[in-house]
Every structure is written in structure tokens, then in C-alpha cells.
Design a protein around this ligand. Sequence first.
Ligand code: MG
Ligand code: MG
Length: 272
Amino acid sequence: MIKLKTREDIELMYESSQIVSKTLGMLAKEIKPGVTSLHLDKLAEEFIRDHDAVPGFLGMYDFPNTLNMSPNEQVVHGIPNNKPLQEGDIISVDCGAIKNGFFSDHAYTFSVGEIDPAVAKMMEITKESLYAGIRKCKVGNRIGDISFAIQLICENAGYGVVRELVGHGLGRDLHEDPQVPNYGRKGKGPRIEEGLTVAIEPMINLGTYKVKFHNDGWTVTTYDNKPSCHFEHDVAVVDGQPRLLSTYGYIYEALGITSHEEDEFLYHSIRS
Ligand code: MG
Ligand code: MG
């Protein structure tokens, strides 16, 4: 059952999503060769607690850490460890928090120093597909419209769209209905209604769409061990339109990047 949110709920979710957005912004400055994912995890946990929130993934389904840290061929759900990041790596950082009783869930794939241009291009196109999906998240459409938009862009570029892992409704639970796959058919799936809140999150592989699930119960890697990336935003439908609760603005600020990609989806707080 889809739990539609009130305008006040969405405001509370916005505060939660802003915390994970700021957490990724803080991490952006720390991600460099020689740093371990476990160190970054500790920084993130401290940062979230300092903002009067609780890490959303820690202990969830027995996950041991605050961040999902998935380097290179890891798709998602990687467990932080003591292995230093290396020049040329990419690392997908997925972060959740609970604030005001609501979950946030937000991910970005970072480059560690200089990376292969083909991988950088995959990351750009995946992000482009994320916004194409978000653009379809409006009243009058169905979930399949989001899925189709993402799949079309990524497959046209020759990338593999992961099937086994999908986006989802978000709220008082981390994973609510509906599922939001990154592949699908236009005009199919649940109707998008006012107050829908979802995490839209393309997981895209440079090679095959196929993945392997590992024995630790968490790690997911690409079947061909080629790199994979993951971008995730929290989106609410307000006045019929998609509004971003999360933002990459803090990351871009930290990295000195100018971007207008979020301008059309800006959320207007009812408190300000
Ligand atoms: Mg996530
Ligand atoms: Mg998610």
C-alpha cells in the first residue's frame, strides 16, 4: 500500500533528506587516495549524530555501518573496510538517516582522483537518467514512466541497467511501496499521486546488467567485474510536480562545480 504524505510530512522529510545531503557534501572533501571507507563511515556517523539525527542504515536488516560504500565493480550495499582508496577508483556512497521519524536515502558516485573517461561518462549519463526519471514523477503519470525514462537513456548509451535492485517509496519506513524499477514500460505501474515520496536510484553498469550477490549477505558486484555507479535522490510530489528533498548542491559546493541540474525541481519549504 502506498502511504501518501501530507505537506507537513514532506516538510519533515525534507529536513531528513537535507542531513544526508550535507553528509555527502562533507564526505566529498574527504574522498581521496589513501583514505579508507571505514574512516569515511565514522565521519558520516558522527556528522549525522551531530545534526540530531540517527544513521538510517546502521543496524537496519543488521547492516553493520552508517554508509554503504561500493567501490568500482561493487554495485551497492558494500560494507566499509580498511582498504585505502586508490587513484582512479570510483566509489558509490549511499547514506541514510532518520530525522523527525522519517527516513532519507541518498547516493552519489564519487571519483577518486583522475578516472577513466569512459567511466566518467557513464556517471554523467546515469545522473542524466536520474533527472529524466524525476521529471516523469508527476501527477498524471505512472511509475513505469519513470522507469522507462531511466532505462531508455542508459541502454541507448550501451550500459547495463540492474534489474534485481530498485528504487522505492520512502517515509516512516526506509522501503515503502511502490517499487520504482530502473527499467519498465511507459503507462504501466501504480499511478503517481499528490504526496507520493520516493527514492529514485538508477544503478547502472558499464558492461552487463547482470550482478552477483556475495556470501556476506550484502555485497553486490557486476557479473563481468566492470564498474558500476549509483545516484539516488529523494523526491516528493507537491502541487502535482516533482520536488527534490535531497540535493547534490553540498557536494558541488565542496568540489567547486557549478550546476543547474536541480533548478527545475527545487523544493520550497513551508517554513521559510
Ligand atoms: Mg540508498
Ligand atoms: Mg534507496
